[in-house]
Design a binder for this molecule. Structure first.
Ligand code: F6P
Length: 319
């Protein structure tokens, strides 16, 4: 193995740059050349490849986003797109690839391996933390800290006015962000699709808090009853309750990564290079209980990762 490539794909996540830097540094120490693929799978198909070296990866550790850019690539979901991508890898003399992203990225990597024999390793990069086989994903810690800081600020104004707020956080398929942030901010109710959102119980909580008091309801964007606007509308229609809505949105994906995300990104980057040299392919490199794990890519999305029971219990206990 002489030349490897690294790319980021799907939603960007803080810590991806620390990851890219670690891949470049580790590969350099092991005598490998590293190519950066610009713009995820779209860049792979288009042949947007560039050599990564120490200079290119210097001073990026503290930056949010990804210097390699990213995309959600429709073309790659089809066999023809993957064939074009595989041809580009051959053309550029790439022996193996490290793909940093979420479940969509990994399913693409899985098929690239299955259909074209590409040696590929995945690393978990998504703010959603919804990949099984790793305790945490790169970007999650920064996202929950960003969301918590924003909700603390909303709490100030909610408290001053005695208002009810529905605050929506990200997490399409999983309520990790909502549950952690809900406990961290002392929310009166956390609505996620993992638990049934009960409008009557929610109303009772709001009443118990006092109609003129500050009440914070965190809504995971994947909640089965809809997002924060839907819940706010339902409370108004059923009970005549006025409320404010705040969608935190993409601010949760940006910003300088926390120490935890920098260290996780760095560790998994180094481990991914070494895993390739040890002959691994079609696995995700994760971290469980402090140890590096090698999980078949398919398992990362087929075995749905569960929000820990203790978080669900705490959120109910501490209201
Ligand atoms: O990357 C994960 C995520 O931020 C989800 O939490 C969110 O639902 C989705 O991406 C938004 O994606 P996009 O930026 O493509 O709209």
């Amino acid at each position: 193995m002489k030349r490897i490539a690294v790319f980021t794909s799907g939603g960007d996540a803080p810590g991806m740059n620390a990851h890219i830097r670690a891949v470049e540094r580790t590969a350099g120490k092991r005598g490998l050349e590293v190519i950066g693929i610009i713009g995820g799978y779209a860049g792979m198909i288009a042949g947007h490849f560039e050599v990564l070296d120490r200079i290119r990866t210097a001073n990026i550790l503290d930056r949010g986003g990804t210097v390699l850019k990213t995309s959600r690539c429709e073309e790659f979901m089809h066999p023809d797109g993957r064939t074009k991508a595989a041809e580009q890898l051959v053309k550029h003399g790439i022996d193996a690839v490290i793909a940093c992203g979420g479940d969509g990225t990994f399913s693409g990597a899985h098929f690239l391996n299955a259909e074209h024999g590409v040696t590929i390793i995945g690393t978990p990069g998504t703010i959603d933390n919804d990949l099984s086989g790793t305790d945490y994903t790169i970007g999650y810690d920064t996202a929950i800290n960003t969301a918590t800081a924003a909700i603390d600020k909303i709490r100030d104004t909610a408290d001053s006015h005695g208002r009810l707020f529905f605050i929506e956080v990200m997490g399409r398929h999983a309520g990790f962000i909502a549950m952690d942030v809900g406990v961290a901010t002392g929310a009166e109710y956390v609505a996620v699709h993992e638990t049934l959102t009960d409008i009557e119980v929610l109303y009772q909580r709001i009443i118990a808090q006092g109609l003129d008091s500050r009440t914070i309801v965190i809504v995971g964007e994947g909640d089965e009853l809809g997002g924060a606007y839907e819940l706010s509308r339902t409370m108004e229609e059923r009970y005549g309750l006025a409320s404010k809505v705040s969608i935190l949105g993409h601010m949760q994906r940006g910003g300088s990564p926390t120490v935890r995300d920098r260290v996780l990104g760095a560790r998994l980057g180094a481990a991914a290079v070494d895993a390739l040299l040890e002959g691994y392919s079609n696995v995700m490199i994760g971290e469980i209980g402090g140890s590096i794990t090698y999980v078949p890519l398919r398992e990362t999305w087929e075995n749905r990762k569960q929000v820990p029971q203790y978080l669900l219990e705490l959120a109910h206990l501490l209201v």
